[in-house]
Write a protein that binds this ligand. Structure first.
Ligand SMILES: Nc1ncnc2c1ncn2[C@@H]1O[C@H](COP(=O)(O)OP(=O)(O)O)[C@@H](O)[C@H]1O
Length: 210
């Protein structure tokens, strides 16, 4: 995890999924629970497509939005207590911290200590330059699960997400950035850094195309 959540010994509960799902049903509106379940399903599908650990993808998908409905002050306080470095955009829009704070909840409330899963939860909204394939899968599942719509652009991105994780990441980052620009929202620089990192990775793979 780029911002040091401490990976200690893992006490894994056999009924962990049911416990997490019950917590979500009590703390998150039904529409968001349905989104979370679609993210879990798409993360499993993408993990299988790309030869990744589908169990880890499922867990990160199920837990990615644990802190989605935490109030801004709570998000800021938890992030500060954890010692996370905050960008000015995080301070202006603490909602963006729900990703990192979700990983803190996964660790502290549900005893998840797997650093790959915690990092994928952290990365799900803004991405991260050089993020792992597991993080890519959860970022893509969050942005492209079927409930996001069925425009030709989204369908193309879904197709790409099954073929090429790197290209799908920068294309989905571009898609998000376009929406943020149109809405005249602040843009967190990490999305731009993520987009550039994965675009450049593509240049290195096929230099003559660019
Ligand atoms: N790079 C970014 N900079 C600023 N705001 C962003 C960025 N990425 C996403 N957001 C905004 O943060 C909010 C949460 O993002 P996300 O978790 O992807 O949303 P949701 O799952 O609710 O669609 C959304 O309102 C989105 O517009």
């Amino acid at each position: 995890m780029s911002q040091s959540l401490n990976p200690l010994a893992p006490p894994t509960h056999p009924d962990q999924r049911e416990i997490i799902l019950n917590w979500l049903k009590a703390n998150v509106p039904d529409t968001r629970v349905r989104h979370i379940l679609r993210v879990e399903e798409m993360a499993i599908e993408l993990a299988n497509c790309h030869g990744l650990d589908a169990g880890k993808a499922a867990k990160a998908g199920l837990m990615h939005d644990l802190a989605k409905f935490f109030k801004p002050l709570r998000l800021l306080q938890m992030a500060q207590k954890e010692g996370l470095t905050l960008d000015s955009v995080d301070i202006a829009n603490p909602h963006l911290l729900h990703a990192e704070v979700g990983a803190i909840v996964a660790r502290d409330q549900f005893g998840v200590f797997d650093p790959d899963i915690l990092q994928a939860i952290c990365d799900h909204t803004l991405g991260s330059p050089g993020m792992s394939a597991l993080s890519c899968v959860v970022y893509l599942a969050d942005g492209l699960e079927p409930g996001r719509g069925d425009t030709p652009e989204l369908e193309e991105l879904r197709h790409l997400s099954r073929q090429d994780l790197d290209q799908a990441i920068w294309r989905l980052a571009d898609y998000s950035l376009r929406h943020l620009l149109d809405a005249r929202h602040l843009i967190h620089p990490r999305t731009v850094l993520t987009r550039n990192w994965f675009l450049q990775k593509g240049f290195k793979r096929s230099p003559r195309k660019h």
